[in-house]
Write a protein of this length. Structure first.
Length: 193
């Protein structure tokens, strides 16, 4: 019985080295504007205050990592229409205890698009904190998202996962015409000029 309780506690608190690894990544981010500087400070405080910040069971929020994928010509971006949120988004997901946020973003990109990028930025491209609405038995909570940029290989073919209704390549103007949230629009504009 004691072993089971110890295992439960370990499952609720990630390795402190992984939390420190994530903190180091966020602290090194060179925020390009005051909004992202504010988000960076909030994420660092959140990591300091929540030893379980890398787990999706951490409420009121948790760290996530995502990736904006450009085509090989760097003229289009691949987005997916997220089934649960009913929004066009970049690829990403929960850290699930892993502090190497680039690895998390890359894993999620591969799982959600089937594309293994030919180039993947080692440093974050963007930071954002956004509210995820309540869904079924999950309360509303924040995603503290660390975002990366990647380039698809020539002639990359995507595969839709169960998390998506659709995947599609968009030029910058086409993507912006979708009514993207402000942070994704910011990323698209920055990546595609």
């Amino acid at each position: 019985m004691a072993e089971t309780r110890a295992e439960e506690l370990r499952a609720k608190t990630p390795d402190p080295r992984e939390v420190q690894r994530a903190r180091t990544i966020v602290a090194a981010f060179n925020a390009p504007d005051p909004g992202q500087t504010a988000d960076q400070k909030r994420i660092l405080r959140f990591l300091d205050d929540h030893p379980d910040a890398l787990l999706r069971t951490c409420l009121p929020g948790h760290l996530t990592a995502s990736c904006l994928l450009l085509d090989a010509s760097r003229e289009r971006v691949l987005l997916h229409h997220h089934r649960k949120l009913d929004l066009w988004l970049q690829f990403g997901g929960h850290a699930d205890g892993e502090g190497d946020l680039a690895s998390v973003a890359r894993r999620e990109l591969l799982e959600e698009s089937g594309i293994n990028p030919s180039e993947f930025a080692s440093e974050p491209f963007d930071l954002d904190i956004h509210l995820i609405p309540a869904h079924k038995r999950e309360p509303a909570h924040e995603h503290l998202d660390v975002r990366y940029l990647a380039i698809a290989p020539q002639k990359a073919t995507f595969v839709r996962s169960e998390e998506s209704i659709s995947l599609q390549w968009f030029t910058g103007p086409e993507a912006l015409a979708l009514g993207l949230d402000r942070s994704l629009a910011r990323m698209v504009e920055s990546a595609l000029g």
